[in-house]
Design a protein around this ligand. Structure first.
Ligand SMILES: *Cc1c(COP(=O)(O)O)cnc(C)c1O
Length: 354
């Protein structure tokens, strides 16, 4: 953060872009999802650096709120997590495909999610320790096929949680019931101690989908993938960027690359320290805006790598150094930008967190 640079001994100036995390909202969202999970307890998907919001900030909050089951995707995500939670509370969704990965899992005590016969063999050769098992009931990404559950390599595993993942939980189509039926059949074939099927949208599908453990991700961080979650999930991520230059355009002056915007009249505009390198993609296009004390400042012209220009005509008090809010209520932001709520979080750039 703002610790002195090792070579100069001088602390860098304050950044012109930042990501504020509402820790209370994050904790409240976990508690809400835990309550909506009924008898089941809610875990937490913390992969991709907590969907871009930062493991170091978010995981202690989730742990304090009561979460005890954390999921990352890669083994490279494990080390920062081990400073924050005990290894037995952490699982790696991609499982173990190499002896090196299996050895690392054994050495750290973090649970692999076994996804194939190959992975089961590797894990069996490396450790007799516990693991989770992913059964593929129709998404066809990772997971053992139901037909493979009878294989000795699978039967010999010490399975803590048997899980599956819904392809269409947000859409409420018939495939959810199909996957549920396949999952119930699969459970009879394994000695798994616990069962888990629901992601955030799955929690909205109701009690049949809760089992022992739910695995929300998006909704922890303020996303509402289904109507059941609207109204009870709070915004967590508040990206902000500041005005780094104010100037006055004459009629006919243009703004940005390709001169896409032309001033029709004299107007005051602000250049903001925010660009697509920060995850503010060009998809925000002509419909996008930033906010100054709740007032909308329309974007002018194209988004650059490190800058956007906004219209300050109606905000005479907005000035150099002022912080502007990105409109990051996720359902609204998704409709405006055409990006999914997931993408809106995970694209947020490193400079926001520095
Ligand atoms: C990412 C992920 C989750 C969380 O999904 P959300 O839709 O973000 O709630 C749960 N389970 C698995 C297997 C995942 O990969």
């Amino acid at each position: 953060m703002h610790s002195p640079d090792v070579s100069t001994g001088i602390a860098p100036p304050l950044p012109t872009i930042r990501l504020d995390i509402d820790r209370e909202a994050l904790a409240a969202n976990w508690r809400t999802l835990d309550r909506l999970s009924g008898e089941a307890r809610a875990g937490a998907a913390v992969k991709a650096d907590c969907y871009g919001l930062g493991v170091e900030t978010c995981v202690p909050v989730l742990h304090d709120a009561g979460a005890r089951d954390f999921f990352v995707a890669h083994w490279s995500e494990v080390a920062p997590m081990l400073d924050l939670v005990p290894p037995e509370q952490l699982a790696v969704l991609h499982g173990v495909n190499t002896a090196e990965e299996a050895g690392y899992a054994k050495a750290t005590g973090v649970l692999p999610v076994i996804n194939s016969i190959h992975q089961a063999r590797l894990w069996g050769e490396t450790s007799s320790g516990p693991c989770h098992l992913m059964v593929d009931t129709g998404i066809h990404r990772l997971g053992v096929l139901p037909d493979d559950l009878a294989e000795d390599l699978i039967r010999n595993l010490d399975i803590t949680v048997l899980m599956t993942h819904l392809s269409s939980a947000e859409e409420k189509g018939p495939t959810n019931a199909d996957q549920l039926a396949l999952f119930k059949a699969a459970k009879e074939q394994t000695g798994a101690r616990e069962l888990s099927i629901a992601n955030s949208a799955g929690i909205g599908l109701g009690g049949d989908f809760s089992f022992d453990l739910t695995r929300p991700g998006l909704a922890l961080y303020g996303g509402t993938p289904s109507p059941e979650l609207e109204g009870c999930i709070r915004q967590v991520a508040f990206p902000r960027a500041s005005i780094i230059q104010v100037h006055h355009l004459k009629p006919g002056d243009t703004v940005g690359y390709s001169r896409e915007f032309t001033a029709q009249a004299a107007m005051r505009v602000g250049t903001v320290s925010l660009g697509y390198a920060d995850g503010f993609l060009r998809a925000w296009g002509k419909k996008g805006w930033l906010e100054h004390d709740g007032r909308h400042l329309p974007l002018l012209g194209k988004v650059s790598m490190d800058m956007v220009v906004v219209d300050l005509s109606h905000t005479p008090d907005a000035t150099l150094g002022d912080w502007l809010d990105l409109p990051y209520d996720l359902p609204t932001a998704s409709r405006t930008s055409g990006l999914s709520q997931y993408e809106l979080l995970t694209v947020l750039g490193q400079r926001m967190r520095s």
